[in-house]
Design a protein around this ligand. Structure first.
Ligand code: FES
Ligand code: FES
Length: 169
């Protein structure tokens, strides 16, 4: 099987690898780099569990080939907290609002929120209700098998600075 040489940055670290043309970015991250916090659910672009950032945009890594990530900056959920460090930011908000449940869908949701936060410059100038709508829109592409979306929404609001009570969920 022919391979292709790729060079990319993942969570701030440069990597080079020879990959088959049909290796997905999700499998590259999980199997080659051991970044297994990116989860695989449907593997058909439906559930959102595999969401990572590529050059700041949220993408479904089960639908992207590793070769397509050549010369990009990839960010995975592992970037949101350092081992042995206290939780902060988005993960801390999910813990505080009990938004984790089984946790399978959580990495993808967190990365969509990270993309929204980055794309909207933290949302400092966005009214709370509009910010809440942005968050619901970002969450709309994620399926949670535990089905307890209420705490996820509350956690997302907290993570992105919408005070609980500022917006109805
Ligand atoms: S595993 Fe990629 S969208 Fe479901
Ligand atoms: S928390 Fe279990 S699938 Fe979402």
């Amino acid at each position: 099987m022919s391979t292709h040489r790729i060079a990319l940055t993942v969570n701030g670290r440069a990597h080079e690898a020879d990959v088959p043309a049909r290796l997905t970015l999700a499998d590259f991250l999980r199997e080659r780099l051991d970044l297994t916090a990116t989860h695989l659910g449907c593997e058909h672009g439906v559930c959102g569990a595999c969401t990572v950032l590529v050059d700041g945009a949220a993408i479904r890594s089960c639908l992207m080939f590793a070769v397509q990530a050549d010369r990009t900056e990839v960010t995975t959920v592992e970037s949101l907290s350092a081992p042995d460090a206290p939780l902060s930011g988005i993960p801390a908000a999910f813990r505080a609002e009990h938004g984790l449940q089984c946790g399978f869908c959580t990495p993808g949701i967190m990365m969509s929120l990270a993309a929204l936060d980055g794309a909207t410059d933290g949302g400092a100038m966005t009214p709370a209700a509009a910010r809440h709508d942005q968050i619901l829109d970002a969450l709309s592409g994620h399926l949670c098998r535990c089905t307890g979306y209420r705490n996820i929404v509350r956690a997302a609001d907290r993570a992105l600075g919408v005070s609980v009570g500022d917006a109805d969920d």
